[in-house]
Design a protein around this ligand. Structure first.
Ligand SMILES: O=C(O)CCC(=O)C(=O)O
Length: 341
């Protein structure tokens, strides 16, 4: 059928067309049916890109552990670590969080206005260490998951994955159960979950409803991976991107990057709410293929004074709220989503 820009479907038609253009409809179906999907190394990038990403991870690991490449295997023997907050440590990470196929599928799960929550390098050594079966759903006080995922991940594999390689494992279909595993279930699935068999350069994508874990690594060498997690924009991010992004980083990246940094979410408010006025969000759908540097379109908001009440802004807001109520809702929604101002 013809996919039109039906307003009722919001940004979904535009995203759907781009995913179709990228040949990702089968991946979409896998996400819906089984809760995860795997992109091939060719879909993810060139051999040079995979190599550059691997080298960046090894360099960061060496620097943080203050050791040589040769010593890394010993450092991570029987262990694994998420090397956190690597976005600003190498230019390749800014490219990866905007990767059209990965970001497109992630946006399918958590919305075209999703934000970056974390960007990590994950290093795992040979030995007993493994990740227990869990779901990334982080609303621990909400035992029943919402219908829509709130978070979605990519794992960019920089070494081959198999059961023996200590790769990721999934409980296919578990995203439909919409609850976290009990400890008994986590124990059962630890050795029964389906291991991902995929070559270095592949990317695995899934939402925060899907149960997953990993197997111990019995083969020699390190398991290397880059992890990106994206959230809906009302959520607290795991890492401090909004607080650390620079005007230079906003300028050298396309408009969508500013959204990933969550800079036009006006909350939290002080006495004078600034419903997203300081940093104007781009209107409508942002193409996955937009590579045009934003230049000076976005600037970080000035330091906010939460304690002062600005009566001119207050009067304006009073006028907006004096209508039939719907007006106010529009203003309020626009502040959080960046879609409507
Ligand atoms: O690779 C692993 O051991 C687990 C990865 C994981 O849980 C995640 O990326 O959310």
């Amino acid at each position: 059928m013809e996919i039109k820009d039906w307003p009722s479907a919001k940004t979904t038609p535009a995203l759907y067309r781009e995913l179709k253009g990228l040949g990702l409809l089968e991946n979409l179906a896998e996400l819906e049916a089984f809760g995860y999907t795997v992109l091939t190394p060719d879909q993810v990038g060139s051999e040079a890109q995979h190599e550059a990403a691997r080298n960046a991870v090894l360099r960061i690991a060496r620097e943080r552990k203050n050791c040589t490449n040769e010593e890394l295997e010993e450092v991570f023997a029987d262990g694994q670590e998420l090397l956190r907050f690597v976005l600003w440590d190498d230019p390749i990470f800014e490219k990866l969080v905007l990767h059209p196929a990965a970001l497109g599928l992630i946006q399918w799960l958590v919305g075209t206005d999703c934000i970056l929550s974390l960007c990590n390098a994950w290093v795992k050594g040979k030995g007993e260490s493994r990740t227990e079966i869990h779901a990334d759903w982080a609303q621990f006080d909400m035992p029943t998951m919402a219908v829509e995922p709130y978070g979605a991940n990519f794992n960019y594999l920089l070494t081959d994955y198999s059961k023996e390689d200590g790769g990721l494992s999934f409980v296919p279909g578990s995203h439909r159960w919409r609850r976290l595993p009990s400890s008994e279930e986590a124990t059962y699935w630890a050795d029964n979950a389906e291991p991902v068999e995929a070559k270095a350069g592949s990317m695995i994508i899934w939402g925060d409803h899907t149960w997953h874990g990993s197997y111990p690594k019995t083969t020699d060498g390190l398991r290397l991976m880059i992890l990106g997690m994206f959230n809906r924009p009302h959520m607290q991010t795991q890492e401090a991107y909004r607080q650390t992004v620079s005007n230079e980083a906003l300028a050298r990246n396309p408009a969508r990057f500013a959204g990933l940094m969550n800079i036009y979410n006006s909350m939290p408010w002080g006495k004078t709410p600034d419903y997203g006025k300081t940093v104007k969000a781009p209107q409508g759908y942002q193409s996955l293929f937009d590579e045009e540097p934003a230049g000076d379109r976005f600037r970080l908001p000035n330091e906010r004074d939460y304690h002062s009440y600005d009566s001119r802004t207050g009067d304006k807001l009073k006028a907006q709220m004096s209508g039939d109520g719907i007006q106010f809702l529009d203003v309020y929604k626009g502040a959080g989503t960046g879609l409507k101002k």
